[in-house]
Design a protein around this ligand. Structure first.
Ligand SMILES: CC(C)(COP(=O)(O)OP(=O)(O)OC[C@H]1O[C@@H](n2cnc3c(N)ncnc32)[C@H](O)[C@@H]1OP(=O)(O)O)[C@@H](O)C(=O)NCCC(=O)NCCS
Length: 206
């Protein structure tokens, strides 16, 4: 479990499936995110969960409210490129369960975990040109940079929308005022107090 302050991240469980189906089929959310799909059935949702097993390039995480322990959304890492230490990430929170600031907290937790636990050095994503809360959370509050803009790339509400390509390096995260607080949350074990073993503690096994 990846513990934050008002929320935590944990693997997606069977008991989350009804909520995940609601999240996928919510018209407000599906209209704001980049990927598009036909409405998802409970069988599709079950297969989605089963498809995750053993997939080393994708880790989906349920975002859970720390007080109620109810799921509020989904985040994670997709297309993990172990050689280049990078991955795609995204965050989807249900508007009916969302409190202000939870998006920023979920993104900062995912960044701290990715850079200090998983061992990545670059995260990337895409944001539609009208998605103010997403640009606000990722770029304004979490240190992400806009790297490019794809003109008229995505069809939404009958119009062609531009797509911002966004990314954050580990050093962008480290420059945030809250970085060390989040590193402490995802890595609570103290590793600075290095122990020097006495010579007598060494055993010769030859
Ligand atoms: C995107 C999402 C995760 C953000 O979560 P959130 O809890 O709303 O975000 P936060 O409140 O932490 O931060 C958003 C910031 O953007 C600002 N913002 C909102 N609308 C904005 C706009 N139109 N223009 C500029 N800034 C805006 C907010 O004021 C806030 O900044 P502040 O705290 O300084 O006031 C959440 O809204 C969500 O899941 N939306 C639906 C799915 C989605 O769009 N996912 C992103 C796909 S890329």
């Amino acid at each position: 479990m990846i513990k934050g302050k008002s929320l935590y991240l944990r693997p997606v469980e069977q008991c989350d499936l009804a909520f995940m189906q609601e999240l996928a089929n919510d018209a407000q959310i599906s209209g704001a995110v980049v990927g598009w799909d036909f409405p998802v059935s409970s069988l599709d949702q079950q297969r989605w969960l089963e498809s995750m097993s053993g997939n080393v390039r994708t880790r989906r995480l349920t975002v859970v409210d720390s007080q109620s322990h109810e799921p509020i959304g989904l985040t994670g890492l997709w297309d993990i490129d172990w050689h280049n230490q990078s991955a795609l990430t995204a965050t989807k929170l249900h508007p009916a369960r969302l409190q202000k600031g939870m998006g920023t907290e979920a993104i900062l937790l995912t960044m701290a975990w990715s850079f200090y636990v998983v061992g990545l050095r670059r995260l990337h994503g895409s944001i539609l040109d009208f998605n103010g809360p997403s640009l606000g959370a990722y770029v304004k509050k979490c240190g992400w940079r806009i790297e490019g803009r794809e003109a008229e790339s995505v069809f939404r509400k009958g119009r062609w929308c531009d797509l911002y390509r966004v990314a954050a390096l580990k050093k962008d995260f480290d420059a945030l005022d809250v970085a060390q607080e989040y590193v402490g949350l995802v890595c609570p074990t103290v590793v600075d107090d290095v122990v020097t073993p006495e010579p007598s503690w060494w055993r010769n096994h030859s």
